[in-house]
Design a binder for this molecule. Structure first.
Ligand code: ATP
Ligand code: MG
Length: 390
């Protein structure tokens, strides 16, 4: 069992004087993490994600005990651990820089934390061999780190963490030193690892793809404040605000100015240019429960949810400025509705024009359905499907 509960956790750093970040500042200092609340379930894989400086590492380091908690309570398996020494928290951590001992072999590196704990020799050997096997590094056990590739070194660093069979495995951007191909490979390795060891994971990254593919739940942070906690599907389908909407998903969501209105039957209708879009039943329901009123909105639509069509009524028109052939899809950069939009069109588009024939300078027509639109308050950026006080 290893549940972790963070309750109203805050981190205040002393004023440093110089930098002008968006973090809240009080007389006390700079609030790097604000009122952080999260209950991590046993064996859950939680990913903290957000831009540089948003407080991810600070949060992780507070869980590890490497950073003092300014306010709030941290519980591990129901026990308050704010003042428990890092070594007594039963936690292991993997960093971006592998931090391996260069003069020791792979085996030596992996044995090290266990020898420190004075574990019997046979048990050390069993655990090291098992971890090496899980991570596919058995054949490198007698090599020194300098004779390994970046990906292999990171496996050793992970191996050194898991031989301790920690209750919680903390990882701070473990893959960001690797090139793109290796990173994809290691991401898959971590998914496999997760299936083979009974550990709770808390994983930090600034990469939304890593967050989406690894996390059971994702915690999206900005300026020290949690923006949303949810499964990858939840944050993708129902982003809580403009920030989350723009942060999750590649290419980025398109945003337009629009108006939300209620028609005579009490049904929500979105007006944009001369086009009218009716939110789906699910969206109607969510907007209604959240008490959304008629107002100017920012409308969000993901590039892959835009349908390219032949010319017709009740659709948008724009001029293609750039086309990027990606293989199975084409990214079309289109100037439409007074701004640049990106459309991801399947090259095997069945209904409209075949996107591969679309050329720069062409005028194209497109539309999107009421099930794929996201409605944000123009004033606050909040998704109108969520009530103000949620
Ligand atoms: N020891 C410190 N003293 C003062 N401020 C600090 C200290 N450590 C971090 N900070 C500030 O706290 C904020 C959060 O830092 P943190 O390292 O947690 O961000 P992060 O989300 O991990 O960013 P990155 O993606 O760049 O690693 C930043 O503004 C940083 O400058
Ligand atoms: Mg960091």
């Amino acid at each position: 069992m290893s549940e972790v509960s963070l309750q109203h956790i805050e981190k205040v750093y002393p004023h440093s004087g110089k930098k002008k970040s968006n973090l809240k500042v009080t007389d006390e200092g700079v609030l790097a993490v604000q009122d952080f609340n999260l209950n991590i379930r046993d064996r859950e894989f939680i990913v903290l994600v957000g831009p540089s400086g948003c407080g991810k590492s600070t949060t992780l380091r507070m869980v590890a005990g490497l950073e003092e908690i300014t306010r709030g309570e941290l519980y591990i398996d129901g026990k308050l651990v704010n003042d428990v020494e890092p070594k007594d928290r039963d936690i292991a951590m993997v960093f971006q820089s592998y931090a391996l001992y260069p003069h020791m072999t792979v085996r030596g590196n992996m044995e090290f934390p266990l020898k420190l704990r004075k574990m019997p020799k046979e048990e050390i050997e069993r655990r090291v061999n098992q971890a090496a096997e899980i991570l596919g590094i058995t054949e490198y056990l007698d090599r020194k780190p300098k004779a390994l590739s970046g990906g292999q070194r990171q496996r050793v660093a992970i191996g050194r963490a898991i031989v301790r069979e920690p209750k919680i495995l903390l990882m701070d951007e473990p893959l960001s030193n690797l090139d793109a191909k290796l990173r994809n490979q290691m991401r898959a390795e971590i998914i496999k690892l997760r299936q083979r060891i009974n550990t709770t994971f808390l994983y930090v990254t600034h990469d939304q793809t890593e967050a989406m593919t690894l996390g059971d739940r994702i915690v999206i942070m900005k300026d020290g404040v949690i923006q949303q906690i949810g499964t990858p599907q939840e944050v993708f389908d129902h982003p809580s605000n403009l920030f989350v909407a723009g942060f999750i998903g590649v290419p980025q969501m398109n945003f337009y100015d629009a108006e939300l209105a209620l028609d005579r039957d009490g049904r929500y209708v979105v007006h944009m240019e001369n086009v009218q879009i009716i939110p789906s039943e699910e969206k109607q329901e969510r907007l209604r429960s959240a008490g959304a009123t008629s107002q100017s909105i920012t409308l969000g639509v993901r590039p892959e949810h835009i349908a390219l069509l032949g010319d017709g009524d009740n659709m948008f028109h724009g001029v293609v400025e750039v086309t990027e052939m990606m293989g199975s899809v084409v990214h079309l950069h289109v100037n439409a509705c007074g701004r640049d939009s990106i459309i991801v069109a399947q090259t095997a588009n069945l209904e409209g024009p075949t996107p591969v024939t679309v050329k720069v300078g062409n005028t194209i027509s497109f539309i999107f359905g009421g099930n794929v639109i996201h409605l944000f308050s123009k004033e606050t950026g909040r998704n109108l499907e969520y009530s103000e006080h949620a």
